[in-house]
Design a protein around this ligand. Structure first.
Ligand SMILES: Nc1ncnc2c1ncn2[C@@H]1O[C@H](COP(=O)(O)OP(=O)(O)O)[C@@H](O)[C@H]1O
Ligand SMILES: [Mg+2]
Length: 373
């Protein structure tokens, strides 16, 4: 395993810059997930680490060595892609062992190493099959085996689970996490799926249009999003966001329709008077009288709970409520929000406002257990 450091890394295709200066430190043995929507530069960043793309500016080092000018094979990275690109005419064993064959290892050595890797991925019984005779998940494991057998210093995954069905995706997520616990190989994992990121990562790098918006543990990005962008992207649903005018004397935000949402002044001492965006998790909203008045739109059924979508002051607010609630479209609803759970963002920049004194205060019930005491 090896640490990875990115310093001011930029990438342009022609005149268009798509990665705008990324700084990132990944510790040896860490599993870091790069998360962001399609087109934000995740693959480009990963491919620059692998050496499959040149770097327009900046520096990348792996294990303390600057690799800017090193060939991909000199960097000690193994990459797993979304389309696993196995050799269709080779067996599983041949696919996994191919790089060893190229490297000139003897048949016996290859057989032993392939056997070990296959066993660790539950592929022993499939060694003589061709990729066409495997399920999607098995093929994906072969692709991982092919990467593992090289005993790389770094694993790079580019959306490796996106082609799998939902159930298999969850299973493979667990496999990758377990594999990482066992091998502790430094890993960079790219995905657009925030659930995948939350469940896999030691730390998440949230990207937006070629820049890093926030780097933090899953709890950090969930509980203390640094921007409304991160707030809206992380969590299902994302943070509720309502525009309004803060009045720091009274600790209230006046919404667009004149209704008032209270926040904890003690936690946001530096918030003044002026436009803000107030945020709170769906999980902290209670359906109770004398709250924010709105109009019911529809409910998403989750089984044990529902997501109640409503319109308040012209904006959408979602409440996560347990049990079944019968409401009709257009019916009035009242949402109560604990002031201690309200977070504040700058209305023009979307950045989290200063004031909260570092302690992880705002947290949804589901996340509270994860916050260190
Ligand atoms: N070879 C290329 N030539 C020109 N533009 C590219 C090339 N590869 C990627 N891009 C552009 O760079 C941006 C980032 O792409 P990419 O890194 O693939 O995003 P992601 O993996 O996050 O979906 C996109 O706007 C994409 O169109
Ligand atoms: Mg991509």
């Amino acid at each position: 395993m090896a640490e990875i450091a990115l310093r001011g890394v930029r990438k342009s295709y022609g005149k268009t810059e798509v990665v705008h200066g990324v700084d990132l430190d990944i510790a040896a043995g860490e599993l870091v997930v790069i998360l962001g929507p399609s087109g934000c530069g995740k693959s480009t960043l990963l491919r620059m680490v692998a050496g499959l793309e040149t770097i327009t500016a900046g520096q990348i080092s792996i294990g303390g060595v600057v690799v800017n000018r090193l060939e991909p094979r000199q960097r000690g990275c193994a990459m797993v892609f979304q389309n696993y690109a196995l050799y269709p005419h080779m067996t599983v064993a041949e696919n996994i062992g191919y790089s060893l064959k190229i490297a000139g290892l003897s048949r016996a050595e290859r057989r032993e190493r392939v056997g070990k890797v296959a066993a660790s991925l539950g592929l022993t019984e499939f060694l003589e099959r061709k990729p066409g005779q495997l399920s999607g998940g098995q093929r994906q494991r072969v692709a991982m085996g092919r990467a593992m057998i090289r005993e790389p210093r770094v694993f790079l995954y580019d959306e490796p689970l996106s082609n799998l069905d939902a159930r298999l995706r969850v299973a493979m997520r667990v496999e990758i996490r377990k594999l990482h616990q066992r091998l502790a190989t430094t890993t960079l994992f790219v995905t657009h799926d925030q659930v995948e990121a939350m469940t896999l990562a030691d730390r998440i790098v949230v990207m937006n249009k070629g820049v890093v918006e926030q780097v933090g543990t899953p709890q950090d990005v969930y509980n203390r999003p640094e921007s409304t962008y991160v707030a809206g992207f992380i969590g299902a649903p994302g943070l509720n966001l309502l525009h309004g005018i803060a009045d720091s004397d009274r600790g209230v935000v006046t919404l667009r329709d004149g209704q008032r949402l209270s926040y904890d002044r003690g936690r946001w001492p530096e918030v003044g008077h002026g436009p803000v965006i107030a945020g709170f998790r769906a999980e902290v909203v209670k359906l109770a009288p004398a709250g924010l008045a709105g109009r019911f739109d529809f409910a998403e059924e989750l089984g044990a709970a529902q997501l109640i979508h409503a319109t308040i002051a012209g904006e959408t607010v979602v409440a996560h409520v347990s049990g079944a609630t019968r409401l009709n479209g257009g019916e009035p609803v009242s949402f109560v929000v604990d002031p201690a759970e309200v977070q504040l963002f700058d209305a023009s920049t979307g950045r989290r406002l200063a004031g909260e004194n570092g302690s992880a205060v705002a947290s949804a019930p589901g996340a509270r257990a994860m916050v260190p005491a």
